[in-house]
Design a protein around this ligand. Structure first.
Ligand code: SF4
Length: 304
């Protein structure tokens, strides 16, 4: 899961151990077997760990690993794979919008708190959450990656859709290097129709409430440049330059249609995202939830 590589000074005795360790070549065609061998070796080596390792006696179920294809299939079925049910439920207001909540844990904040407070606030407000990386792990540990979580945490509209389709209210979309999957899903929503002509028209927003790696900034810029309003928490590196900060937080939207924002409080950050989602709903003429109308035969015949 972790893609972080932390450098460490290696002592001569460490080096001797590393050199004595078994190396395993990777060949794609035998990848699964190699993974099993590596796991077995790691388990057998556990008694040799020099420090006590606390493994919590706690487990949590979760449905993980959604790709664009899986969402397509879950929403529309094998033969009519489609984002239409998602778009329709955004248009009718059951789902208020979509949020991508991603990124690291940060030692400057209580572990997972930023992610969980933000995600729960979004769910309460009928915003479906797509998640990756350590943020998705936080959601998994908190039980948000199960379909049953929708009943407990989601607003009534989102809960109804999750129950009907059988999906969790937070969709785990992979590791932090899989963020492009979220943009692929956003592109599919635009292509499906009814929600504007560009990613920047969607009632959608992104966030990394506990970001810490430089990579998170690069990914954030990729989202902003693709048209997504993106809120980061914890710290922000450009406050030393008023001109650059103004450019990122105020002028970016004109150039790329997406914009950066910074807010340390996860609930306030969620409110910024919801306000942006509502702004986009209004621009699309969707500010009011639409009543579901069951068509009788006469109404069907009257359809063009
Ligand atoms: S989300 Fe951040 S902390 Fe987590 S694995 Fe990715 S880069 Fe590392």
């Amino acid at each position: 899961m972790a893609e972080c590589f932390h450098t460490k000074l290696i002592t001569t005795s460490d080096r001797a151990k590393i050199e004595g360790a078994q190396h395993m070549e990777f060949h794609p065609e035998t990848g699964l077997d190699t993974a099993k061998k590596i796991l077995k070796m790691a388990i057998e080596n556990f008694p040799n760990r020099r420090h006590n390792v606390a493994i919590p006696q706690y487990s949590q179920d979760g449905v993980v690993g959604f790709s664009h294809e899986t969402i397509n299939y879950l929403l529309g079925g094998l033969f009519r794979a489609s984002y239409k049910p998602l778009n329709d439920n955004i248009i009718n207001g059951r789902i208020r919008g979509v949020a991508g909540v991603v990124g690291c844990n940060n030692a400057r904040t209580p572990h997972d708190q930023g992610h969980l407070e933000m995600v729960k606030e979004l769910l309460r407000n009928d915003v479906i959450v797509l998640s990756t990386g350590c943020s998705a792990m936080a959601c998994g540990k908190a039980g948000l990656l199960t379909p049953e979580a929708a009943k407990t945490y989601a607003g009534s509209g989102l809960a109804e859709v999750c129950e009907t389709v059988g999906i969790p209210p937070v969709l785990h979309m992979g590791a932090c290097v899989d963020n492009s999957r979220i943009l692929i899903a956003a592109t599919a929503m635009v292509k499906e129709g009814g929600l504007g002509d560009d990613i920047s028209d969607l009632p959608a927003a992104g966030a990394a409430p506990e970001w810490m790696s430089e990579k998170a900034l690069a990914i954030g810029q990729y989202f902003v440049a693709s048209g997504v309003y993106t809120v980061f928490g914890t710290t922000w590196p450009t406050f030393g330059s008023e001109a650059l900060t103004k450019h990122l937080f105020e002028e970016h939207e004109e150039l790329y249609k997406g914009m950066w924002a910074f807010e340390q409080d996860p609930i306030k950050a969620a409110s910024l995202m919801i306000a942006h989602i509502d702004k986009k709903r209004k621009a699309l003429g969707l500010e009011k939830a639409r009543e579901r109308v069951l068509f009788d035969m006469a109404m069907r015949r009257a359809l063009a």
